[in-house]
Design a protein around this ligand. Structure first.
Ligand SMILES: C[S@@+](CC[C@H](N)C(=O)[O-])C[C@H]1O[C@@H](n2cnc3c(N)ncnc32)[C@H](O)[C@@H]1O
Length: 243
């Protein structure tokens, strides 16, 4: 059976999605609070930057993949307006339900769908923009997921991949210390779960770096890909155009 990585562990590829599901089932109710605490609020800036680059216009059709608690979907809905569509999706029902409830409390009603990025249940060329924030890292077959994202985009459509990436060399030591010493403790204190936050730190190290992900997007059908390093490469936005 094919093997893949789950953080630093080698696991059967068929088991990875289930392991990832356990992580997000466990953290769903504390996800937003943990995001603010562990990034010192910076995840809001990274997402705002992504929304600015995405430049969604009124009437556009947007698909947010691995949308979780809905930060990007909410921001895109405000841009797409009443004539547009924003579909909020995730493979994990607990994350999606937390997000849907939060958006409903704010008076925002979006089509919400549990689906796997590696098998998107949408027609070819159905969207003008696809986004995936902090989700690609968790997918088992990233090349397949990227090919699916390309398939559902119209020619000229844009893909925004916001993800942890490779930090600049001077930041590497303090970033490792923070990731492996502080994050699991914070996870245990706030979410009652150190292991999920250890997985977070490990999965970031196993994720393709900026250049590798850019090459993967090009192979998947994105003829033009810009890489925007944010916070010294802690995070990178890869913006691709299907062509
Ligand atoms: C770190 S959260 C990101 C949530 C949100 N996009 C954000 O930026 O706050 C990662 C999400 O990826 C989802 N995910 C993991 N594998 C997936 C897959 N194969 N297809 C769709 N979503 C997936 C998880 O369920 C989880 O909600």
């Amino acid at each position: 059976m094919a093997q893949t990585h789950f953080g630093y562990q080698q696991v059967d590829a068929a088991d990875k999605a289930g392991r990832v599901r356990q992580v997000f089932d466990s953290v769903a109710s504390r996800y937003d609070l943990m995001n603010d605490l562990m990034s010192f609020g910076l995840h809001r800036v990274w997402k705002a930057y992504t929304v600015a680059v995405a430049n969604v216009r009124p009437g556009e059709r947007v698909l947010d993949i691995a949308g979780g608690t809905g930060d990007l979907a909410r921001a895109f809905a405000a841009k797409a307006g009443e004539r547009g569509t924003v579909v909020h999706t995730d493979i994990n029902a607990a994350m999606l339900a937390t997000g849907r409830d939060r958006l409903l409390d704010e008076g925002i009603v979006l089509p919400t769908l549990v689906c796997d990025a590696e098998r998107l249940p949408f027609a070819d060329a159905a969207f003008d923009l696809v986004s995936v924030a902090f989700g690609l890292r968790n997918m088992t077959d990233k090349a397949r997921a990227l090919a699916e994202m390309a398939r559902v985009l119209r020619p000229g459509g844009r893909l925004m991949v916001l993800e942890f990436s490779k930090v600049a060399a001077p930041l590497a030591k303090p970033y490792d210390w923070y990731s492996f010493k502080v994050l699991p403790r914070l996870g245990r204190l706030v979410a009652g779960d150190a292991d999920s936050y250890r997985y977070l730190a490990e999965s970031i190290r196993m994720h393709p770096d900026q250049g590798t992900l850019k090459a993967m997007m090009k192979s998947a059908g994105f003829g033009h890909v810009d890489v925007h390093n944010l916070s010294g490469g802690v995070v990178a936005l890869h913006a691709g155009i299907k062509c």
